[in-house]
Ligand binder design. Structure first.
Ligand code: FEO
Length: 165
């Protein structure tokens, strides 16, 4: 059985993963209307992944006999200045999520809740992977550059990463 603090914090994470999914889906719409089909495809894949992260938490909470709560999800931003600004924001958001996962893990360890600590380990690995992917994308954008046909090549490179997933 989970502590009330743990259920509350896991429910907050359910909301955050739902927000992440909406954030990336909304970002994909920005990319789509800018003609950046590769970026849009990549971001749609990210949105699906975040939905899976939310559902995994949702299932864990009800399996322990507690009530998972979806809650209200705030609206994500709709406008970006450039591809680099958009992916910088993804990177910042992922770092924020990593902090939240680490705080959840610290709580589980403090409470000697080994089941939740074991469950959260998957998220720790996933965050490492996601931060690494975003860093790779930002490096690629910087190396190619956004002037002239650069954006076209950036879009192609990011689109290929969507296929890799
Ligand atoms: Fe579910 Fe991208 O963190």
């Amino acid at each position: 059985m989970l502590s009330k603090a743990m259920v509350d914090n896991l429910n907050e994470q359910i909301q955050l993963e739902s927000y992440s999914s909406n954030l990336y889906l909304q970002m994909s719409a920005w990319a789509e209307v800018k003609g950046l089909e590769g970026c849009a495809a990549f971001l749609r894949t990210q949105a699906q992944d975040e939905l899976a992260h939310m559902q995994r938490l949702f299932k864990y909470v009800y399996e322990t006999g507690a009530l998972p709560i979806v809650g209200a999800i705030k609206a994500p931003p709709t406008k970006y200045e450039s591809v680099s600004e958009l992916f910088q924001q993804v990177f910042e958001h992922e770092k924020f999520i990593t902090g939240k996962i680490n705080a959840l893990m610290s709580l589980a360890l403090k409470e000697q809740d080994h089941s939740t600590a074991n469950f959260l380990q998957w998220y720790v690995s996933e965050q490492h992977e996601e931060e690494h992917t975003m860093q790779k994308i930002l490096d690629r954008i910087k190396n190619i550059g956004e002037t002239g046909s650069g954006v076209y090549f950036i879009d192609r490179a990011i689109g290929m990463m969507a296929g890799e997933k």
